[in-house]
Design a protein around this ligand. Structure first.
Ligand code: G1P
Length: 275
């Protein structure tokens, strides 16, 4: 049983300036819900009720969001507006939230290592909230837990991308051992189309075994001068201990304006068709 899910949320969100000047990018809403709330709902659906968030300066709004606002509760108590708070109340009741701060931004691998204090010595999920996933009935993390239960090693979610897009992702090479499931043999962070070992790109969903922390401690800075989770995972992959899973569903890169708008439109259509 995987109980914990880590949310690296210390990044600046410069692509969304000025909106992210005083507001965490994880709090940008798709319709009425902040991005990170979608991620936490996905984690909870997968049984991960202990939410661990790596924050940084200027991220206090995240902590306030996952807490009770007594004044607001009092104001809308007994009114029709209470329905708006139903989903967030559910999360607050069913999850625990713990936080630690990343003092320096030294990459995703470093952010995950910073979260070790909240995770300890057990396997855990990682969700990058700006990769918004929608899939029914099982969310991507729940699908990945099923794969973990079978293979008991680190799992990365992957998606096929166009060759000219590989430079935005970690890209894997692997042997397909069952439909959509690959035993990873190689992985490269942000390769050019010429360097890319395939077009199977890692998206922001991971299940990691805790030995990843010791590997991360020894992982030197890689692509972009940052400590990369992809480089640490390659060490596990060399021992045959990483599975890449082609998830079922849709993913929107809400760290880009195009992806954010596409997600907004898709979720709006879904909401309209459900009314
Ligand atoms: C990170 C990872 C990359 C992965 C991507 C998924 O990159 O380093 O391997 O493919 O997330 O969104 P970032 O988007 O933070 O540059």
């Amino acid at each position: 049983m995987i109980r914990k899910c880590l949310f690296p949320a210390a990044g600046y969100g410069t692509r969304f300036l000025p909106a992210t000047k005083a507001m965490p990018k994880e709090m940008l809403p798709i319709l009425t819900k902040p991005l990170i709330q979608y991620g936490i709902e996905e984690a909870l659906q997968a049984g991960m009720q202990n939410v661990a968030i790596v924050t940084g300066r200027g991220k206090r709004a995240i902590e306030d969001h996952f807490d009770t606002n007594y004044e607001l509760e009092h104001l809308i108590d007994g009114t029709s507006k209470e329905a708006y708070l139903q989903e967030i109340r559910y999360l607050i009741e069913h999850c625990t939230f713990s936080y630690t701060r990343q003092i320096e931004m030294r990459g995703l691998g470093h952010a995950i290592l910073t979260g070790e204090v909240l995770i300890g010595d057990e396997p855990f999920g990682v969700i990058l909230a700006d990769d918004l996933c929608s899939s029914d009935p099982d969310g991507v993390m729940r699908q990945m837990v099923k794969i973990y239960e079978k293979y008991r090693c680190s799992i990365v979610a992957i998606e096929r991308v166009a060759p000219e897009e590989t430079h935005k992702y970690g890209v894997i090479a692997g042997d397909e051992i069952e439909e959509g499931v690959f035993r990873v043999t190689d992985m490269i962070e942000k390769p050019s189309p010429e360097e890319a070992p395939s077009n199977l790109a890692i998206i922001g969903r991971y299940i990691l075994t805790p030995d990843i922390f010791t590997i991360l401690e020894k992982t030197p800075a890689g692509s972009g001068g940052e400590i990369q989770i992809t480089d640490a995972l390659l060490q596990q992959a060399k021992e045959g201990n990483v599975i890449a899973y082609e998830f079922k569903g849709d993913r929107y890169d809400c760290g880009s304006i195009d992806g954010f708008v596409a997600a907004t439109n898709a979720f709006y259509q879904l909401q309209k068709s459900g009314e």
